[in-house]
Each structure stands twice: as structure tokens, then as C-alpha cells.
Design a protein around this ligand. Structure first.
Ligand code: GDP
Length: 445
């Protein structure tokens, strides 16, 4: 999968990284080519546009170390943006199947690979998670659809609901629910009927089944080869039924891969798995960083830039420490600390790493400082001018009002932030006074 896209992008960046110095025009030209490559891979136009804009913005503000070229930096930015575009919330490959019997509703158009994927997922749940699974086919339209699922069930050693001719989908769903409860199943999967295209009857039927089953997961199965159509299908199903995730099938074919890139950005729904063949174990967890790596095919450069960035961060930390020892700690510093905290698992995570900070962590917790507040505080700092960030003592009433309004918060929130900044400045000063190589130095390591 993604071969065409990775070839095109690889070419663009090969040229870019071979040059030493890089002008703004070089980057612009390269990004134009990236845009064309994305569109050719059937990524939707708004997504391609948004992608390029995000890369451009990050590329202009990026800190560059001596050991890497600007071209390499751009590769890394594109790589990270690919991950951001592909990634959804939650762990990839996870299905919520707690509180047994957990219903999973499988939806999609006919021929997308729904029945095959139902069995693949059942096999995975059984083998990896040790779940007892029941599968039921609700496809009363397509001849032999029910038998197809039964055969697959036998093949993978997963039970299927006995077939009763003449029953309607809602009745089958009810029977599956009862059977799953009585039979001590952890999960029951409902394989709904597909149509060749979305129509009112199909949607109404799926809706009725959904209301009976109240599914924990509603998984849309779509053919990845259909590109933009797959994304439109997902959008339609989500609008009408509400889906929790997507499985893209036929990613073993030489599709253009654009569906994967557009899916999350357009529908907001994560791709949970990809189908990679007809066999029962041809199903893979969708992992955005791996896929981004495959699309770009420039792992060496990404690793190089990551390493250089670590060096840069270490240098910044060293410089910061020197300033703290002199008791200098402004809003820029606080902001950096807040960012860092978000990265390190929030307030508690960071404080637990600093010697002697346990008590302060408790106090902050007591003051209701959690990750949501961290984000609000960052928003407040973002709403300050450069000058204000460097000199928080400038903040008098009118400035405070403007800043709070800019961040959509109250002046009292800003006052809390200012108090925190003063406390941190005091603390840093005290720690600095404990001598070179003292507590602060240890804490910064
Ligand atoms: P449904 O109508 O949506 O239930 O589709 P089926 O599950 O019957 O699948 C239709 C055809 O697609 C079957 O021949 C499957 O073997 C095939 N198929 C399903 N998933 C994949 C996949 O990931 N890769 C490939 N190459 N074929 C697949």
C-alpha cells in the first residue's frame, strides 16, 4: 500500500535533502509537489490543503540545529504531520469489549469485505484477547451470506448464531443478544447486510438494529481501493448511524492510499485496522507512525532529526538552568514548563520526577491543577504579547482583561497563573542559591 505516494514523496525529499542550504522557494516548490502527490493519491483537496498549510507553518518557525540541514528538518515536519493526520484517539487496534456480552455492529456496503472482516476480528478477539465470541449474520438479502459467515466461523473456531430462515434483521439481532447472554459470550458481532450503494432502506434497517443492540463499537468496513468514495461512505454512515471506527480493506492492493489520509481528517473517526488479504489473519492494527514511515520511506532522516532535536533540547535546558539560578523565570519559561508537563504525563508525572517536589505536586492538585487547566494556562500565555511574556510584572488591570478575554477565561484565572509564576520564580531562585550542581541541576537532569 501507499507505494505510489511514497515514491512521489521520496523523490521530492531526496532532492530537498541533497541540497545544503535551502531557500524558502525550495520549500515552497517541494510542498507544491507534495500537494500534487497527495491529490494524486486521492487525498481530498481540503485535507491536502490543510496538510500543506500546517507543514508550512511549522517549517517557518522550526528551530534548526547545526547538525541537520533544513531539508532534513522539513522531512521530519512532514513525517510528524502525516502521523497527526492519520492518528485518531485511543490505542490503535483496540476494541471496547468490556461489560459482556459486548455488541459489535459491523456496517458497510456490499463487497467491501464486511463478512470477511467480521470473522477476522472475531478470530483476533478470540486469540489475542481470549474472548468468547458469537457471530450472527443479519444479511437476509444476499443469498448464502449467512452460510458464508457460518463457514468462516467453523474455519476459525468461533460460534455462529444458528440460522433461522425467514427471520428479519431486528429479530436476529434480538436472538443474538439473548443467546450471547445465555451462552456466556464476552462479545457478539452483528454482520449487517450491505447494499451496492447507500440507500434509505439500508440505513433504516441498520438504524433499527443499532437501536436494539446498543453496540459498544460500530465498525464501518470499507474498501480502501475506492479512495475518496470510501471517505464519503464513512461520512454518510457516521452521519446516519454513528460509527466508532473504520476498517480499510484491500490495503494489500496497489491502491493510492489517499483514503487512509483523508479518513480521520474528514470524518474524525479512527482507522482501527487494515485488511491485507483474503486470509483470516490478514488483518493488521493501523499504526499511524508506521504508516507515516512507510509513506515517506525516509526513516533514517527522521531518526537523525529526532536525535538532533534532543541535543537542541538539552542545550536549551542548560541555558534555562543558568537563568533560573539567577532567579529569572518569566512566562516564556513557565510556558515551556507547562508544555513539558503535558509531554511528561501532566503535573503529577513531572513533579514526581523532581526531588523534593512531591509536596508541591499535592498542593497543586489541591488547587485543582490538572491537564485541562494546563491547557488553559497555555492559552492564557499565548494570549500575551511578547513583551508581556518576558515581563509579567507589566500586567495591570486593562492588560489582564484583554489577555483573559483573548483566551476565553476570567481575570481570576490569569491571577492564579501569575501567582504560580511568582511562586515558581521564588522556588527556582532558592534552588539556585543552593549552589552550583545543587538541587536544580539534579532536577533538570
Ligand atoms: P461483504 O459483502 O462486505 O461482506 O464482503 P466479503 O467479506 O464477502 O468480501 C468480498 C471479497 O473481498 C471476498 O472475496 C473477500 O475475500 C475479499 N476481501 C475482503 N477483505 C479483503 C482484503 O483486505 N484484501 C483482499 N485482497 N481481499 C479482501
Amino acid at each position: 500500500m501507499f507505494e505510489n505516494l511514497s515514491e512521489r514523496l521520496g523523490g521530492v525529499f531526496d532532492r530537498l535533502t541533497k541540497q545544503g542550504a535551502l531557500s524558502e522557494d525550495d520549500v515552497k516548490t517541494a510542498l507544491r509537489e507534495v500537494r500534487v502527490a497527495l491529490l494524486e493519491a486521492d487525498v481530498s483537496l481540503p485535507v491536502a490543503r490543510q496538510f500543506i498549510k500546517a507543514v508550512e507553518k511549522k517549517a517557518t518557525g522550526a528551530a534548526v540545529t547545526k547538525s541537520i540541514t533544513p531539508g532534513q528538518q522539513v522531512v521530519k515536519i512532514v513525517h510528524d504531520e502525516l502521523i497527526a493526520t492519520l492518528a485518531g484517539e485511543g490505542e490503535p487496534g483496540q476494541l471496547r469489549v468490556d461489560s459482556p456480552p459486548a455488541p459489535i455492529l459491523m456496517v458497510g456496503l456490499q463487497g467491501g469485505g464486511k463478512t470477511t472482516t467480521t470473522a477476522k476480528l472475531a478470530k483476533r478477539l478470540k486469540e489475542r484477547d481470549g474472548k468468547k465470541v458469537l457471530m450472527a449474520s443479519l444479511d437476509v438479502n444476499r443469498p448464502a451470506a449467512m452460510e458464508q459467515l457460518e463457514i468462516l466461523g467453523k474455519q476459525i473456531g468461533v460460534d455462529t448464531l444458528p440460522i433461522v430462515k425467514g427471520e428479519d434483521p431486528v429479530a436476529i439481532a434480538k436472538r443474538a443478544k439473548t443467546q450471547a447472554g445465555l451462552g456466556g459470550y464476552d462479545v457478539y458481532m452483528l454482520d449487517t447486510a450491505g447494499r451496492l450503494s447507500i440507500d434509505e432502506e439500508l440505513m433504516a434497517q441498520v438504524e433499527a438494529v443499532r437501536d436494539v443492540a446498543n453496540p459498544r463499537e460500530t465498525i464501518l468496513v470499507v474498501d480502501g481501493l475506492t479512495g475518496q468514495d470510501a471517505v464519503n461512505t464513512a461520512q454518510n454512515f457516521d452521519d446516519r448511524i454513528g460509527i466508532t471506527g473504520v476498517v480499510l480493506t484491500r490495503m494489500d492492493g496497489d491502491g493510492r492510499g489517499g483514503a487512509a489520509l483523508s479518513m480521520r481528517a474528514v470524518t474524525g473517526k479512527p482507522i482501527k485496522f487494515v485488511g491485507l488479504g483474503e486470509k483470516m489473519d490478514a488483518l493488521e492494527t493501523f499504526e499511524p507512525d508506521r504508516v507515516a514511515g512507510r509513506i515517506l520511506g525516509m526513516g533514517d532522516i527522521v531518526a537523525l532529526v529526532e536525535k538532533a532535536q534532543q541535543t537542541l533540547e538539552a542545550e536549551q535546558a542548560e541555558r534555562m538552568m543558568k537563568r533560573f539560578q539567577k532567579g529569572q523565570f518569566n512566562m516564556n519559561d513557565l510556558r515551556m514548563q507547562l508544555d513539558q508537563m503535558m509531554k511528561m504525563g501532566g503535573m503529577e508525572g513531572m513533579m514526581s520526577m523532581m526531588p523534593g517536589m512531591g509536596k508541591m505536586a499535592k498542593q497543586m492538585e489541591g488547587a485543582g491543577i490538572d491537564d485541562r487547566i494546563l491547557k488553559q494556562q497555555i492559552a492564557l500565555i499565548n494570549s500575551m504579547t511578547k513583551k508581556e511574556r518576558a515581563n509579567p510584572q507589566l500586567l495591570q488591570a486593562s492588560r489582564k482583561k484583554r489577555i483573559a478575554a483573548g483566551a476565553g477565561m476570567e481575570v481570576s484565572d490569569l491571577n492564579k497563573l501569575l501567582k504560580m509564576q511568582r511562586q515558581m520564580a521564588d522556588m527556582m531562585k532558592k534552588m539556585g542559591k543552593m549552589g552550583k550542581g545543587g538541587m536544580l541541576k539534579q532536577a533538570m537532569r
